[in-house]
Design a binder for this molecule. Structure first.
Ligand SMILES: [Zn+2]
Length: 204
């Protein structure tokens, strides 16, 4: 307890001291690569993320995923809200579901934590209506067809989907998981769909 009070919190990326409440030190925060206000189209969805998935952004994603650093989720939500174009932050938040095999190892869904932070900060409703079942896609195969088909067949809704659904995830890479989620939401009544994430893979 006393040690906690005396020792400054450490940066999740470089382990240097960071300001209290900040998951990154100032130097690492400056290394975040901001992607600008324009969403990209991925698998037919407008997708927006504030930063590129590399450097300190990747370390923050790992901190949230593997160390349960919930404060990191709040910081990610803050970065999304502070930088998102107004048109993106609309509708009802729907977190991308965690695979049940991973849920056993991790008691929380990192996308759900970010969505909760967004809900508080942007005052948007949140509906946790997606679930994932079936074999882990990483064990099915590594080809493009396997990656597209792996998560796609196994996502379903547990309730009616919000008409205007805004999917939330920590990281977006190919968009295949988002596409599978969007398919399930459309089948359950969603009409307008978009996605926000903390980070997105982006070329230089
Ligand atoms: Zn640092």
């Amino acid at each position: 307890m006393i040690l906690e009070l005396l020792a400054p919190p450490l940066c999740w990326s470089c382990r240097a001291p960071a300001a209290r409440g900040a998951p990154l030190c100032r130097a690492c925060r400056r290394l975040l690569r901001f992607l600008g206000p324009e969403p990209v189209a991925l698998c037919g969805l407008p997708v927006w993320a504030p930063v590129a998935y590399d450097g300190p952004a990747g370390e923050l994603v790992k901190a949230l995923k593997f160390h349960g650093a919930k404060r990191v989720a709040a910081e990610m939500a803050a970065l999304i809200v502070a930088n998102a174009p107004a048109t993106m932050l609309a509708g009802t938040l729907v977190p991308v579901p965690l695979h049940p095999a991973r849920r056993r190892a991790r008691p929380f869904n990192q996308a759900g934590l970010i969505a909760e932070g967004l809900s508080r900060r942007a005052r948007l409703p949140l509906v946790d209506c997606l679930r994932r079942t079936g074999p882990d896609s990483r064990q099915v195969g590594s080809g493009r067809a396997a990656r597209l088909g792996g998560p796609a067949g196994s996502i379903h809704t547990t309730a009616a989907a919000p008409v205007n659904s805004l999917l939330v995830d920590d990281v977006v890479t190919t968009g295949a998981t988002l596409a599978a989620c969007a398919g399930a939401l459309r089948a359950a009544g969603a009409e307008r769909l978009a996605a926000v994430a903390f980070a997105r893979t982006a070329g230089r």
